[in-house]
Design a binder for this molecule. Sequence first.
Ligand code: SF4
Length: 442
Amino acid sequence: MALYVTAVDENSPAEKAGITVDCALLAIDGHPLNDALDYQFYTTPAAFTLEICEKEQPRTVQIAKGEYEPLGCNFKTYLGDEKHSCANHCMFCFIDQLPPGMREPLYFKDDDERLSFLFGNYITLTNLTEHEIDRIIQMHISPIFVSVHTTNPALRVRMLANKRGGEVLQYLPKLAQGGIELNCQLVLCRGINDGEELRRTLTDLLALRPQVGSIAAVPAGVTDYRKGLFKLTPYDKESAAVTLDILEEFAYKCRDEYGRSIVYPSDEWYLTAERPLPPAEFYDEFAQLEDGVGMWRLYHDTFLEELENYSGLVLPHSVDAVTGTLAGPLIQDCANALMQKYPQVKITVHQIKNEYFGGNVSVAGLITGTDIIKQCTGRLHSDLLTVPEVMVRDEKGQFLDDITLKELGKALSCRAVSIPTDGGGCCKAWLSTHKRKIKLKR
Ligand code: SF4
């Protein structure tokens, strides 16, 4: 393999060494270059020998630069090659349950250790070889985010529908012994890997402490698009409470023994079980926010903090706001607190039921423009609709169904704006909308 240079930074060590877009980078000090991680790792030193191929002519270039100074080459993709796709058919895979007709990239199933290191994507380890595990240890690619789900090999084979699903569990202690920090995720399927299986998994993973730094547990999402797939039953109030009991039992034991929770139930467990969220200390440094762990505690606390400290002028105004049904009651509580302090502000919260995905999908991040239009038409109390950024996280300001904020506003005859998803930002936006300072997105 080689890395094909598509651009060279101006005045960079690469440009000074005569590397051009006609070059392919082959090896550094004898180490073959296969991807961006090889490139980043082996270009760290201040001096090295680079083997390149230019117009089909191999040659060697001596590089001298500052240690850690970027060499200055760019490639077609940020990985240097294509993303690694997954080799599993997990019984709970959310991508398999997406409605048809969405954007093509949303259907791509990645399982790539480079994305795990760079962006915190979870990997299952099933497409990794011993050699690649050794490379992770040698390069100290840490932390790595692993979708474990269960430490029972036979059950993991069944859940991932991959015969390597069980044997690759041996990589966990190997990575831990190699000094790699592991952040683990458990997607729990009702009656499959919860109960006693969950206890076993948590016990096995905690034995790999301190390398296992966190274990996030989320319930499997179930949409209406499961035709031909394994029959999964969503958690209800009672079954969520039973699972939460186990997760909290381990978490509080960890707090007693190690001073940290380590085991973190996602917010969805508390909201489904209708139990109060734990205090902020429970989440330590909120390491698994991306997995929906501690997001609502953080939202709630930062909202009230902003409300307490806000010093701007608040004129009478009305706002409509949308959210998902899961967080609806929490958002309503926050809106009530704001309206109590500032009675001149009227906020109407619309809890949007996710009909697009159906099933038990109730998080705000998967709400589409189609559902908002359907459920808000004729029901707005103002000419301003706030939409949490998490619903339009696509860089073009589009919902998952491609509807833009501009189209949403046109359909509902209002100004539709995205506001920060965090509590403090949301509070400030609701208080200051009359100043019309919120950035309008398309
Ligand atoms: S690893 Fe499993 S859940 Fe993830 S994309 Fe692949 S099949 Fe889906």
